[in-house]
Ligand binder design. Structure first.
Ligand code: NAD
Length: 277
């Protein structure tokens, strides 16, 4: 059985941990060749080693890059294109790009307490990082070959990680983070509109609260965890792999008529009014 991403190349940012790590494994399992990107060089090497051992037929390339810097993002896409571009004409140069890297800073707070440097750092990584990622993915995808069987330009699929806090205000504030994720949704919709006729689909994914280092380092006491748990319809935090499965759908041709969507993988959090038992 061919995998759901057979003959595709996927570039995944934040591949060293959490959603990015699980998506890298899942995409490789489904046959994609993967360009693994993270600011943390050691973490991305670990993901690369794991994938190379587990999926010997898949080509994996580790790339250290900072998504908040335009030069770094341009280089990461160039490196991916160089690594995969000329190997086989059937391969799209960069068919899937998952702009997933992001931060939630422990000093991010409400409007009165959040310092400008925290705001700027968060915006640079979470918003500018997605902008640069989309810009260079679109430029690479424009060079993809035409699918002769369908007579269509292959284009590609871009997925940007937002969050449920882009849809709901949270009583435990992280102003910069929330604003940054709202920007990801708005930007993604407009990009989807502008590039739809080029065969490039662009979607956001909105995870609920997950058991990944990003959130668990932040919710570092039982009291903090319990305060959130009461709002979760399923009574548990999500797993990174559950978001990776949503990203797999958006990455694959199964979502060929899906673009501009805010795809929620939040255990019902944003649709339910939950009261304590
Ligand atoms: P994580 O902290 O486990 O992984 C994030 C990865 O991104 C890390 O490996 C980190 O090194 C990398 N990274 C950070 N800054 C970077 C930069 N400037 N350039 C390149 N890489 C960088 O986090 P996660 O939970 O897997 O989060 C992934 C995405 O999901 C983020 O955008 C986050 O905002 C979003 N999200 C997470 C949750 C959650 O509860 N964990 C909920 C909603 C949305």
């Amino acid at each position: 059985m061919p995998g759901r991403l057979q003959n595709k190349v996927a570039l995944i940012t934040g591949a060293g941990s959490g959603i990015g790590l699980e998506s890298s494994i899942l995409f490789a399992q489904e046959g994609a060749h993967v360009a693994l990107v993270d600011i943390n060089g050691q973490a991305v090497q670990k993901t690369h080693k794991l994938i190379s051992e587990r999926f010997p037929n898949v080509k994996s390339v580790p790339i250290q890059a900072d998504v908040s810097k335009e030069d770094s993002v341009k280089n990461m896409v160039d490196e991916a294109v160089k690594a995969f571009g000329r190997l086989d004409i059937m391969w799209a140069l960069c068919a899937i790009q998952f702009n997933n890297a992001g931060i939630m800073h422990p000093e991010d707070d409400h409007a009165l307490n959040t310092e400008e440097r925290i705001w700027d750092l968060t915006m640079n990584i979470n918003v500018k990082g997605v902008w640069w990622g989309c810009k260079y993915a679109i430029l690479a995808m424009r060079n993809n070959p035409t699918d002769q069987s369908k007579g269509l330009h292959t284009g590609g699929s871009i997925i940007n990680t937002a969050s449920f806090v882009a849809l709901l205000g949270a009583a435990t504030p992280q102003l910069a983070y929330t604003a940054s994720k709202g920007a990801v949704l708005a930007m993604t919709r407009e990009l989807a509109m502008v590039h739809a006729r080029e065969g490039i689909r662009i979607n956001s994914i909105c995870p609920g609260p997950l058991k990944t280092p990003l959130l668990m380092d932040f919710l570092n006491t039982q009291e903090k965890k319990d305060r959130r748990m009461v709002h979760l319809p399923m009574g548990r935090f999500g797993e990174a792999v559950e978001v990776a499965r949503g990203a797999l759908f958006l990455a694959s041709d199964e979502s060929s008529y899906v673009t501009g969507t805010d795809f929620k993988v939040d255990g019902g959090l944003s649709s339910c009014y939950v009261t304590p038992l």
